[in-house]
Ligand binder design. Structure first.
Ligand code: MD3
Ligand code: FE
Length: 206
């Protein structure tokens, strides 16, 4: 039997939303793994090409991390401070093995931290090479209003609240959808001592 069991499974524009896949104990163990990553590879504030500082702070584990600076955004084998990324945390890998349906190993574990009033504008994740591999997202901490759109910018969108322990699998055509986070309900979860939200996304990059 798997160590993970969802409370319910929803489908949203081809994405699989597994509500409560991680129970409280698994969420706490994952936060502990992520603390080790963040200690070795501190969160940083990416700067967009236009020079704007993103409100979400980030770091990564695995072979590649996602970085953005005045030279553009890209996957990099090193943190902005120069060191290689920490190893992929084991519990995070087991979530991928349980839900991805993908034989490849994830090469990037991107960690997004949302403090008070952080948000993420609508975008596509298209810096990867192999679109047959899904993106798997794990939500921890405060509730977030997640919005999903279409394969082109604009058009009708749908929103759902993602809560701590939810896992979303973006496979098939849903892999190319525009998406973003409109707001986070600061202090809605007790998982993190000083509130906030962590989102982990697992990606195959090459
Ligand atoms: C749909 N993160 O890191 S996770 C990102 O909650 C990102 O931090 C958001 O978008 C967050 O790029 C959303 C859900 C998600 C992630 C990747 C997707 C949805 C996706 C890729 C394609 C389609
Ligand atoms: Fe994204």
């Amino acid at each position: 039997m798997s160590e993970f069991a969802a409370n319910k499974a929803l489908e949203l524009r081809g994405m699989q939303v597994l509500k409560g896949l991680l129970d409280r104990d698994a969420q706490e163990r994952m936060v502990e793994e992520l603390r080790h990553v963040i200690r070795a590879a501190p969160l940083f504030s990416p700067v967009t090409q236009s020079g704007k500082i993103m409100s979400v702070r980030m770091t990564s584990a695995g072979r590649f991390g996602w970085i953005s600076d005045r030279n553009g955004y890209r996957y990099s084998e090193t943190h902005p401070d120069g060191m290689p990324w920490p190893e992929m945390p084991p519990l995070v890998s087991r979530v991928w093995d349980t839900v991805s349906g993908c034989a490849r190993t994830p090469e990037c574990c991107l960690i997004n931290f949302y403090g008070e009033s952080a948000r993420m504008g609508m975008h596509q994740d298209i810096d990867e090479v192999d679109f047959s591999a899904p993106v798997v997202s794990i939500s921890l901490g405060d509730d977030a209003l997640f919005r999903v759109g279409n394969e082109a910018r604009g058009g009708r969108t749908e929103s759902i609240w993602l809560t701590s322990g939810d896992v979303v699998v973006m496979g098939g055509a849903s892999r190319r959808l525009f998406h973003g986070v409109d707001r986070v309900k600061h202090g809605s979860s007790t998982l993190l001592p000083r509130a906030g939200r962590i989102n982990v996304t697992l990606r195959v990059v090459t």
